[in-house]
Ligand binder design. Structure first.
Ligand code: G4P
Ligand code: NA
Ligand code: NA
Length: 194
């Protein structure tokens, strides 16, 4: 998505160890017009898939997910992080390992908002190692919901996430695909040349 790539070049900052800081429009301050355009783009790509729910994980996935749900005219489920384990019979849960934080966290979704009648689109802000999306796929599977695809705002294509999720048979659509963050420079995957 041209608009997003331009915004990344303009406002993104490459931090050490392959991390892109996008606090000006996605992770801290949010640009609603950009989020809306992204939601429309995701909806265009996935509109023939019979999606009944969009799902994401709190917090940074919520903005793009809500605009996608608005465009598809379906509800948006927000998986919660680290809720109490006392109500496990009401929840489907999955453990997610964060390479960035080097620790596990648990994501949970209530059985009251997702069921075998649902066809789900997973949305997230970043795809790095794919563990968050894998956790969401596990929750959908536990609840009998079908996963129609995965929409990612910024994919770091030099990390392992895409191939891991493709091994699971997922249809992944990323709005920006970053080939490299070396030398503090953002280089995008050249879609036209491949
Ligand atoms: P994975 O799910 O793909 O395996 O990624 P990982 O565990 O490594 O990511 C941990 C957190 O860091 C996630 O946010 C993820 O979105 C974010 N992240 C990963 N790479 C980058 C990056 O290059 N830049 C930025 N800005 N974030 C990155 P989170 O902890 O779940 O927090 P939240 O922002 O959703 O609340
Ligand atoms: Na996220
Ligand atoms: Na994040």
């Amino acid at each position: 998505m041209k608009l997003l790539e331009e915004r990344i070049v303009q406002d993104g900052r490459v931090l050490s160890e392959g991390v892109l800081k996008v606090d000006q429009f996605l992770n801290h301050q949010i640009d609603p017009a950009l989020m809306q355009a992204m939601g429309e783009d995701f909806a265009n790509y996935f509109e023939q898939k019979g999606i009944t729910k969009v799902i994401t994980i709190e917090a940074s996935g919520i903005a793009p997910a809500v605009f996608t749900g608005l465009s598809l005219d379906v509800p948006v489920v927000v998986a919660k992080k680290n809720v109490g384990i006392t109500m496990t019979d009401e929840l489907a849960a999955a453990d997610v390992y964060s390479f960035t934080k080097q620790q596990n966290y648990t994501i949970s979704v209530s059985k009251s908002v997702l069921s075998k009648n649902d066809t789900v689109l997973i949305i997230d802000d970043f795809l790095a190692n794919g563990q968050a999306a894998l956790g969401l796929m596990s929750i959908c599977q536990q609840l009998g919901a079908a996963v129609a695809g995965i929409g990612i705002v910024i994919e770091k294509s030099f990390q392992t996430g895409r191939s891991l999720l493709e091994e699971q048979g997922a249809d992944i659509y990323s709005l920006a695909r970053i080939r490299s963050l070396e030398n503090r420079q953002v280089e995008f995957v050249e879609e036209n040349l491949s």
